[in-house]
Write a protein that binds this ligand. Structure first.
Ligand SMILES: [Zn+2]
Ligand SMILES: [Zn+2]
Length: 223
């Protein structure tokens, strides 16, 4: 509980991943998981997304979370989701728009961003915040705990120095990591190879992680 409280007030800004935290200190992670986290995972492609990338994500999720996976129809990349730069999409806005009582994983091939230096919200925030304009490109963003996360397969970010095999692995890692946040996991400092580890948030660090959760993270998830 002490760790959870600490995590709630902690501000973590990382290149690869950011957690949007819902402040509910009176409840435990396990209670927060609720039914939503145990039902099916609904994948929503946001804009045009290659079929093989979606299949890679499904493969990755199935090996970790024994939940039904349903691919929903493609959602439109609408203007309201654009970040102020208008070259990226605002990950916070995406979470806000698609938040649901179901488990939702949004996947897009577009670049997504959040805002560096913005104080984390009580629940959500809608950028831009006064005086803060620096966009921070990210691989994924998920509520912790919550029911919605977004991952980006943007070629120039996730596909950097990559092969198709490596891109697949990276995408799977990001998806499993963000869903881990939804299920209540915070960043893990117990094991640098744990999927929830996020020391510097670089692609190198993603590559260093293995497709596994350390014992501590598994214990929290009950798997
Ligand atoms: Zn993270
Ligand atoms: Zn861990």
């Amino acid at each position: 509980m002490k760790t959870l409280l600490l995590a709630i007030v902690q501000l973590i800004y990382l290149l690869s991943c950011q957690q949007n935290k819902i402040k509910q200190p009176s409840r435990t992670i396990r209670e927060e998981k609720g039914e939503g986290n145990l039902g099916a995972i609904h994948i929503i492609p946001l804009g045009k997304v290659r079929k093989d990338l979606i299949e890679d994500v499904i493969d990755g999720l199935q090996s970790f979370y024994h939940q039904e996976i349903i691919v929903e129809s493609t959602a439109l990349l609408t203007e309201d989701l654009l970040a102020p730069s208008r070259t990226r999409y605002n990950a916070n806005e995406i979470l806000n728009k698609f938040n649901s009582t179901k488990n939702i994983l949004i996947i897009t091939e577009k670049d997504i961003s959040t805002f560096k230096g913005v104080k984390q919200p009580e629940k959500f925030y809608n950028a831009p915040v006064k005086g803060i304009t620096k966009e921070w490109g990210i691989f994924g963003l998920g509520l912790r705990p919550g029911n919605v996360c977004v991952i980006s397969a943007f070629e120039k970010r996730l596909g950097k120095n990559s092969t198709p095999k490596l891109l697949k692995e990276r995408l799977q890692k990001i998806a499993i990591h963000e869903l881990g946040h939804n299920k209540g996991l915070e960043h893990c400092n117990k094991n640098t190879e744990c999927l929830m580890h996020a020391a510097d948030g670089s692609i190198k660090q993603v590559d260093n992680e293995k497709l596994f959760f350390c014992e501590d993270c598994r214990k929290i998830l009950g798997i």
